[in-house]
Design a protein around this ligand. Structure first.
Ligand code: 6R9
Length: 635
């Protein structure tokens, strides 16, 4: 028997074995028993790893919102689907029932259709964490438009690049957004982005801050009047299992962001199944994930996973530090949150503050607490366990990626014994392997290697928008026949996995993946800069921070280094967003390079970390003398 919910370790091992021995049977049962389909599949999975060609539930027909909303209406119509907790605690929270969500999504879907959006069209959504973000995203899914949600912290040029890459015809934004004590001019950012995006013909604007904004005749419209005029009767589009559901951009090792494409049926099944099991979700639980819907964590575990299970999900507009550092704990008590899912960077920031902030609150509604986005260090794990979970709530340290669609490695609460800093065991259907430098699989336990997955799972991304070659190259070529995650991992004596961090040129800063290449591109555009290299170095709160090594042009201008550093950071902020700013900038006369001209980042990383003990082999360097100079000038 395959069950939807695993209840103990014995069931886990049984299901896991079955999912490896008979993956088709395993997913066939999960998919047919827990969702509504217009038509079931002819084949559970069809794949060719060498070509990065993967299909799940071949020829099945389905609609995501039918599964997220409509099917719950009969029994759970009055149940709260979404709790909206505003940035300002004195503003009233909203409770949106499944019936109301249905009505609002249907109206929005009709507005989109009336505005000429058709199945397959791309719609960019650039909104703060307000209910409209969930509603417009779901409305796209309802009519088969491909949503591309762009995190509302990205700069105008970063948004423009994402809009152009996937040729979005419409953008949905708001007059502004609240974050802590700041008001952010989202419409202004969009206006700037749209100077450069010929594909966009319509902009719909949600009112949130009532700020004065520029509305361009013929292009921009307020959303509310359109919704007021729309019918709440909407027929969902019948989608093929492999029709794209959304595009979500993630950083890569070259300048261009990668538009990861997730398709409908496989993503749906995987998001729902992992939500149910990893958070041990039961009816009447109140689930809160503090991520932004602009990231994959928000897609899968604020929106789709919870709604597919008929859960109540919290959308929080604010930040953990406003009005003070007890905000998270206050919200947990206020809404009787049972599962709380956040990032190590937030935990570390809160652990730095007085314990009074958390101890003032009785967090006894909590059952499970989770972590995602980067490795959680031992100290943060214990603080979370002692003060938030009160040693009572299992911590689920969930490892996964934008590309994986859902959680791949994680303890199951009340099932898998946890171990600090370990993501522990793979979920059913996931076959992790560790690979050595010679591309051989490393057998046995107590070993370290590059983490790959050797069999597809339903939630895996299918391609990079417009660039299947790059998809193949990035994920399926380093270790032929396997999906390469870009992470390193160790497997302990009982087979538990601990993720050790990226093995490529991506640095995770406060849980945000930042490719070093696009940041270097931004810096190099400064007229004084000849070349640059960025590496990450450990940071108490952010996990990693960025260290830039910058070579200046020999013009002798720009003598004021302090000012120049500010300008460089401004440039990064404009081009990518403030999250990518450098903590440290060192001006150097050269960078350590191999004879083939590749920068040896390994050495720069060591210098940035202040670890001069072992630079490894520097004999292949073209300019070994530069290492000493850089070391001596470290900031
Ligand atoms: C979901 C998400 C993916 C990268 C991933 C890894 C790091 C995520 C982690 C973790 C250690 C965990 N990562 N969860 N590292 N332990 N529990 O974060 O997706 O933004 O694409 O980042 O994040 O390095 O490869 P995404």
């Amino acid at each position: 028997m395959t069950r939807y919910k695993i209840n103990n370790l014995e069931e886990y091992f049984k299901d896991y074995k079955k999912s490896v021995r008979e993956p088709k049977k395993f997913w066939d049962k999960i998919a047919s028993e827990n969702f509504t389909w217009y038509q079931e599949w002819e084949k559970v999975v069809d794949f060719n790893m060498a070509e990065a060609d993967i299909k799940w539930f071949v020829n099945a027909k389905v609609n995501m919102t039918k599964n997220c909303i409509d099917r719950h209406l009969a029994k759970k119509g009055d149940k709260t689907a979404i709790i909206f907790e505003p940035n300002d605690p004195s503003e009233e929270a909203l409770h949106i029932s499944y019936t109301e969500l249905h009505e609002r999504v249907c109206k929005m879907a009709n507005v989109l259709r009336e505005q000429g959006v058709q199945k397959g069209d791309r719609v960019c959504i650039y909104l703060p964490m307000i209910p409209e973000l969930a509603i417009t995203t779901l409305a796209c899914a309802r009519i088969g438009a491909v949503h591309s949600v762009v995190f509302a912290g990205f700069s105008a040029s970063a948004v423009a690049a994402r809009i152009n890459d996937s040729d979005c015809k419409m953008i949905i934004t708001s007059d502004g957004g609240y974050r802590g004590n700041k008001t952010i001019d989202l419409k202004g950012i969009i206006d700037e982005a749209l100077a450069d995006t010929p594909c966009v013909t319509a902009v719909l604007v949600v009112k949130r801050t009532n700020s004065a904004v520029n509305m361009q005749e013929g292009r921009d419209q307020w959303l509310q009047p359109l919704l007021d005029a729309a019918s709440d009767n909407n027929t969902a589009e019948i989608m093929d299992a492999e029709d794209p559901l959304f595009i979500l951009y993630t950083s890569g090792s070259t300048g261009k962001p990668k538009g990861m494409v997730h398709t409908t049926a496989g993503y749906m099944v995987y998001a729902a199944y992992t939500f149910k099991n990893v958070f041990s979700y039961e009816d009447n639980d109140i689930f809160w994930c503090t991520a932004d819907i602009g990231w994959i964590t928000g897609h899968s575990y604020i929106l789709y996973g919870p709604l597919l299970n008929g859960a109540t999900t919290v959308i929080f507009e604010g930040v953990p530090s406003y009005p003070d550092y007890s905000r998270f704990w206050e919200v947990i008590v206020k809404h009787k949150v049972t599962q709380f899912y956040t990032a190590p960077t937030a935990i570390r920031a809160l652990a730095k503050e007085s314990l009074d902030y958390v101890q003032k609150y009785q967090l006894d509604t909590l059952k499970v607490i989770g972590s995602v986005g980067e490795p959680i260090n031992e100290e943060a794990w214990h603080w979370y366990n002692d003060h938030v979970g009160n040693k009572r709530c299992p911590i689920v340290d969930t490892w996964w990626q934008t590309e994986t669609g859902g959680i791949l490695i994680s303890p199951l609460p009340f099932v898998t014994p946890t171990k600090p800093t370990y993501a522990t065991l793979p979920l059913p259907g996931i076959q992790p392997v560790l690979m050595d430098e010679k591309r051989n699989e490393i057998e046995g336990n107590q070993v370290v290697g590059s983490l790959c997955i050797k069999f597809p799972w339903p939630g895996i991304a299918r391609t990079i928008w417009g660039d299947h070659e790059r998809y193949k190259e990035t994920y399926f070529s380093a270790f032929p026949g396997k999906y390469f995650t870009g992470d390193g991992a160790l497997r302990d004596e009982v087979g538990y996995y601990r993720i050790t961090g990226r093995v490529d040129d991506v640095v995770i800063v406060s849980g945000h993946n930042l490719g070093t290449a696009p940041i270097e591109d931004a810096i190099n555009e400064h007229p004084a800069v000849a070349e640059s290299a960025i590496v990450g170095f450990p940071h108490d709160i952010k996990g990693n921070a960025l260290y830039g090594f910058v070579i200046l042009k020999e013009t002798g201008e720009y003598r004021d280094r302090e000012n120049l550093s500010k300008e460089i950071n401004q440039q990064i902020s404009n081009q990518i967003g403030p999250i990518a700013k450098l903590d440290k900038i060192q001006f150097v006369s050269g960078l350590p390079k191999t004879r083939s001209g590749k920068i040896m980042r390994r050495i720069l990383r060591k210098i940035a970390e202040g670890d001069y003990s072992n630079f490894g082999d520097t004999s292949t360097l073209l300019n070994p003398e530069i290492v000493e100079e850089i070391k001596n000038g470290k900031v």
